[in-house]
Structures are given as C-alpha cells and as structure tokens.
Write a protein that binds this ligand. Structure first.
Ligand code: 5RP
Length: 238
C-alpha cells in the first residue's frame, strides 16, 4: 500500500499542474501511472464543477481510458477529427527527471502511447514527487524498451553490445512476460556507464524489432515537483 505522504505529494503535483495549465477548450493528453491519475481526477473534478468546459482528451493507456470513462471526461483517439493528431497540452508522470528536464518513462509500460502524446503536444508538463529527481539517466531506473516478441533474442544481443544489462519484464498474476497493449514485450535495460540520453533515444530505436523506448528527450517538459515539506517546485515554467 502506497504511503500517505507519497500519495499526497503525487496528488499535490497533479493538482498544481492542472490548475495552472488546463484551460477550457483544450485538446488534452492524459498520462498514465499513480501520479498522472491525480491530474486526470482533478480534470474530472473541474469538469463536474463546470469550472472547465469542452475538454477533448487523449488517454495514454487502458488505465487512463477507464478513469476517463468513470469521470465522464470525453476521450478520443489521436486520429479522430476532434484531435486531428495534435494536442495543446499533455500532463504525465515520469520515472526519472534529469537537470535538463529529460526523462525516463515507461515504468507502467505505456511509453509508446505516452510518447505519441508528449511529442504531439504544444506543451508537455510532467508531474513528479521529489524522489524522481536524478543527476543522470540510464544507470539507475532501467530504460523500458517495447520490442516485437519475435525479435527478443537479437535485440537483447544488440543492447548488451551497447553496454546494457537486460531484463525481460515479467507479469504479475500471469505466468510469463508483460504483454503490452500492442502485443509486444518490454525489455528493461540498464547501462553500466553514463550515456547521452539524446543519442541513445535515437540509437535504441534503430534496432529492428524495437518499437519505442523510454528516453524522452524530444519535447522538453515543464516540471512540477512536489516536495515532502508540502511545497511545489516548478522547473521550466515561464
Ligand atoms: C507509465 C509511466 C509513468 O508515468 C511513470 O512510470 C511514473 O509512474 P508513477 O507516477 O506511478 O510513479 O511512464 O508508463
């Protein structure tokens, strides 16, 4: 069970970002995970109050889609005429944030669609508690990589040559690997030495069989960081 202090920090970060950034009429990407869900709930609350109107949402996972259904947040596919492949704002969580606001995401296995949302958004906002702030990416929290199942062995070989150790993500309460919402597996890879996340985001995706990876360096977000003392720090907010 999540500690109350952790939940309160996640809730505070989600509320701060929604209250500051979400406006009526927006096309809004909604992220995935135990922090992002607080932003989704705050949007639902403001819609129910009538403070927000005409939100067209894009849910980045089954988890978020179901939460939107529960809260009556209208959600569409990115290809729909309502969204037409573009978003005004996406709010999402992250597993790690470095000093340049570059990220690792995909702890919840949703990085493929989360990246579609983040990279098609005019503004990207990340909400985290202070535990997610790091100095370098790639040697701590493993980088999740979504891979076509039939490419597993050869992709593992390529990643080992890049200097990473590789773990196949196992499912809980089902024997065998996690299967993503797109029928793929996830390899969690950790580098033994510091890497350039910008170069590595591109390099990993060159490997045949790789669908997407969890380095997010292509649309630098504004970041809302909740601290244990109750304050919210912002980074990159103008
Ligand atoms: C899911 C993600 C999440 O945003 C990330 O794992 C952070 O999750 P949480 O807020 O539960 O710690 O990228 O794919």
């Amino acid at each position: 069970m999540e500690q109350d202090s952790g939940r309160l920090m996640k809730e505070a970060a989600g509320k701060a970002a929604v209250d500051a950034l979400v406006k009526s009429g927006m096309k809004l990407g909604l992220g995935t995970g135990s922090t992002a869900i607080h932003a989704v709930r705050r949007v639902g609350e403001l819609l129910a109050q009538g403070t927000l109107r005409d939100i067209s949402a894009f849910a980045t996972s089954f988890q978020t889609e179901i939460e939107c259904e529960k809260l009556g947040i209208p959600a569409y596919t990115l290809n729909s005429k309502e969204l037409a492949g573009g978003l005004d704002l996406t709010i999402d969580g992250a597993d790690e944030v470095d000093p340049q606001n570059r990220l690792i995401k995909g702890g919840g296995g949703a990085m493929l669609i989360e990246k579609l949302a983040a990279y098609s958004s005019a503004l990207f906002a990340v909400i985290v508690d202070e535990s997610k702030i790091v100095q370098t990416l790639g040697t701590g929290f493993p980088v999740p990589v979504e891979v076509v199942p039939s490419a597993r062995v050869q992709v593992v070989r390529v990643f080992e040559k890049l200097g990473a150790s590789v773990i196949l993500r196992e499912a809980l309460r089902k024997a065998g690997p996690v299967i993503t919402e797109h029928g793929n597996i996830i390899l969690d890879i950790r580098f033994s030495a510091t890497v350039d996340p910008v170069a590595m985001e591109t390099e990993i995706n060159k490997t045949p069989g790789v669908v997407e990876n969890g380095f997010f360096t292509g649309n630098i977000p504004v970041v809302y960081i909740a601290h244990a003392n109750g304050t919210i720090e912002t980074r990159g907010v103008k």
